[in-house]
Design a protein around this ligand. Structure first.
Ligand code: PLP
Length: 414
């Protein structure tokens, strides 16, 4: 096989694209070009079908019923947990807690892992490029406990400084919470190196993997992180589903986050005995259909293979960055050497919302604004950016359509 014929990710992506019904429609008279997967990805037919079949044939409440539908629902829901444990290489299915999304997972760790022991003088460290979901829960926690939130800086390319982080990680730090991949800038952070440093000092690390799991192979044992959080709707699954991976010994020691059904073994007015892991953290009736869909999404990803997806997106991001950089008056925001799936930019002095609206008229869907990362925008001295984000189903044709639409936008405003 020649090097050229071995490099055929675009043809593969065209095939993968065929599995996503939503991509085959026209918007404003143009074929849809969907470049907003960092906000929420589209769902393959296999996910839509799994949810529909579950709703039509197997829906009932989980864990409690003795009847056949309840068994089927429990089996479908729990097999999603097994699949996800396998997907991120958790050492045990009990380490996979189902939540409503990354935000919920991070809040759970803040309130259950940190809050009971945090005190004035303690520190939580995050970085400057975090999504609001990995900032605000820590701010709230610090207000509640008197602890201090410390922010590791970023540079002009959008990367963190490992030596600064090394200096910050002292005995006062009770948790380091860090994005695996930045949603606003696309930076892939050197998380393994940072976790290695934190480990030598006994500091637990939480990774916000919302933007990593759909794009890179993730192995929580290899990373050696203590908590890993992600959202179903960014990885081709339904909204309202998310995962908290937690190291079993830590989850065991943590008190429940919320009280209610399913997280108990026995309740009396004298006291309550909590359920085993992971159910201790899953109070109330869960989003059963959503997790059935998420299980199907993970199966879909496993069938293609994360390594292939990663390689395809890497080449496509390089192509997109090169094509965008040739547009007149463009400023690329987020230029780190190691990036995944996202390119933010400003086009001349056109407000990003105007860029987004003009692109939508041409069928091209991108995100505009602060991307729930206002401190990043403040760092670059801008109100927001236009952001094109890739997923496995995007192709060079999508990038070409984006570039053509941006040329048209530039013309309108010049
Ligand atoms: N963290 C990152 C890096 C994100 O990109 C997002 C969503 O954009 C979140 C957290 C929050 O995810 P969710 O809204 O699904 O909880």
């Amino acid at each position: 096989m020649t090097g050229r014929s071995a490099k055929k990710p675009t043809a593969d992506a065209s095939d993968w694209r065929g599995s996503f019904p939503a991509l085959h429609q026209e918007i404003n008279g143009h074929p849809l070009v969907y470049l907003d997967s960092a906000a929420s990805s589209q769902q393959p037919a296999a996910v839509i079908a799994a949810v529909q079949t579950y709703q039509e044939c197997s829906h009932a409440n989980v864990h409690r019923g003795v009847h056949t539908l309840s068994h089927r629902a429990t089996e479908a829901y729990e097999s999603a947990r097994d699949r996800i444990a396998d997907f991120i290489n958790a050492s045990n299915r009990t380490e996979i807690v189902f939540t409503s999304g990354t935000t919920d997972s991070i809040n759970l760790v803040a309130q259950s892992f940190c809050r009971p022991t945090l005190k004035p003088g303690d520190r939580i460290v995050i970085s400057h490029l975090e999504h609001h979901s990995n900032i605000v829960p820590w701010q709230m926690l610090c207000e509640q406990t008197g602890a201090e939130l410390v922010v590791a800086s970023i540079d002009e390319s959008g990367q963190v400084d490992v030596s600064e982080i090394t200096d910050l990680l002292d005995e006062r730090v009770k948790l380091f919470a860090l994005a695996h991949v930045s949603n606003a800038l696309g930076t892939v952070l050197p998380v393994k190196e940072i976790i290695g440093i934190a480990k030598t000092r006994g500091i637990p690390v939480l990774l916000d993997g919302a933007q990593a799991v759909p794009h890179l192979p993730v192995d929580v044992q290899d990373l050696d992180c203590d908590f890993y959080t992600f959202s179903g709707h960014k990885m081709f699954g339904p909204t309202g589903t998310g995962v908290l991976f937690g190291r079993e010994s830590l989850l065991e020691a943590m008190p429940p986050y919320q009280g209610g059904g399913d997280m108990i073994l026995e309740v009396s007015f004298e006291g309550t005995t909590y359920n085993d892991l992971p159910y201790k953290f899953e109070a109330g009736t869960p989003n059963i259909a959503g997790f059935v869909g998420l299980g199907a999404a993970v199966k879909y990803l496993q069938c293609i293979g994360m390594q292939r997806i990663c390689q395809h997106e890497k080449e496509l991001l390089e192509y997109m960055t090169m094509q965008l950089s040739e547009i007149q008056d463009i400023r690329l925001i987020g230029t780190a050497a190691n990036k995944a799936s996202v390119q933010s930019f400003m086009l001349a002095d056109i407000h990003p919302h105007d860029v987004g609206t003009i692109l939508d008229h041409q069928g091209v869907a991108i995100r505009t604004g602060h991307h729930c990362a206002m401190p990043v925008m403040e760092y670059f001295g801008i109100p927001g950016t236009a952001r094109a984000s890739l997923a496995l189903y995007n192709t060079r044709d999508d990038v070409d359509a984006l570039v053509a639409a941006l040329h048209a936008a530039h013309k309108i405003f010049s």
